[in-house]
Design a protein around this ligand. Sequence first.
Ligand code: NAD
Length: 357
Amino acid sequence: MKFNIAVIAGDGIGPEITKVTTDVLEAAGAKFGHGFKFTDVLMGGCAIDKTGVPLPDETIRICKDSDSVLLGAVGGPKWDTLPGHLRPEKGLLGIRAALGLYANIRPAVLFPSLINACPLRADIAARGIDMVVYRELTGGMYFGERGMREGKYGAEAYDTEAYSKFEVERIARLAFECALTRKKHVISIDKANVLDSSRLWRATVAEVAKAYPGVTCENMLVDNAAMQLVKNPSQFDVIVTSNIFGDILSDEASMVTGSIGMLPSSSIGDSKLGLYEPIHGSAPDIAGKDLANPIATVLSAAMMLESSLGLPDAALAIRRAIDAALLKGFRTGDIMSAGCTPVGCKEMGGLIIAGLK
Ligand code: NAD
């Protein structure tokens, strides 16, 4: 089959990691008899530079007409002083909303070969880390009412956290469905001791849980969750949480697995069309130096093959090729440890492609 993939390379290391990833996809396609047509589209800082806006209408149109979307990362210091509505990150929020992608799924797995890159105590790392975070993506504070006003102490700014039952139900259902395929344990993370929005979140998750009697469901306050992720990460199987808590906790989950450069994500809605991207940002400090770890983006493409394109064999082959490269001791700088062989972004891509052949 031939698949149309929209590619948003974006800013910083985005073009380097998406180039490696489309090369890996082509190699996997050749192995399994499938083809890809990649269409480059603009979003983020590069879109602001070329069109004046972070998310051109043409990008939304092409993404909607594609089988799936691959994204590198957007943003960088060059655009940091622009007004909020013109910031590269606005493109990110806009594309998620335009494509109806309300669930962000972030698996965080400690690869046995990377146990030395795990910053946790050896006895904690030895228990293993294998969790998946379901983060609500189109509601909550990032999309709530916001503004500036005169307050008691002069100028003040506000952002609002609001969730409807409907929004919580649909992300909770996805998390419970996922748990059925794993260790059947969901931990819902909120701040129900303080926030009304969290109390509705908690009550709604409890209602959804009734339809999944085979899955155990626990609630955890977000401050405790931040601590438990470093104290005892092996207790987590499936996490479901709001947009802002998921944003923060999934970065923490990524670091306990070794490097932010290893973790993929998918953003999905009710259709097959998904957006696949690494969880890290555009890493301006290493952009253009061939230092970026492309594995998070390549693993995101593997999620795309599995979830949007129905090609689980190709996804598995890519994961095995990554494992093989790591087991042979090849490492980009972010996951380097003593005795391993340092490689750049392109070379890591070449090793993964070689592993597919
Ligand atoms: P970042 O994730 O870009 O970088 C944090 C640190 O991790 C940096 O030291 C970076 O070099 C390193 N790093 C990140 N990805 C790496 C990789 N693949 N290989 C090796 N090292 C890697 O976060 P930041 O510095 O806070 O943000 C930089 C820019 O990215 C900002 O403009 C921010 O808004 C944007 N951002 C974009 C997204 C996105 O596009 N989805 C997500 C987060 C941040």
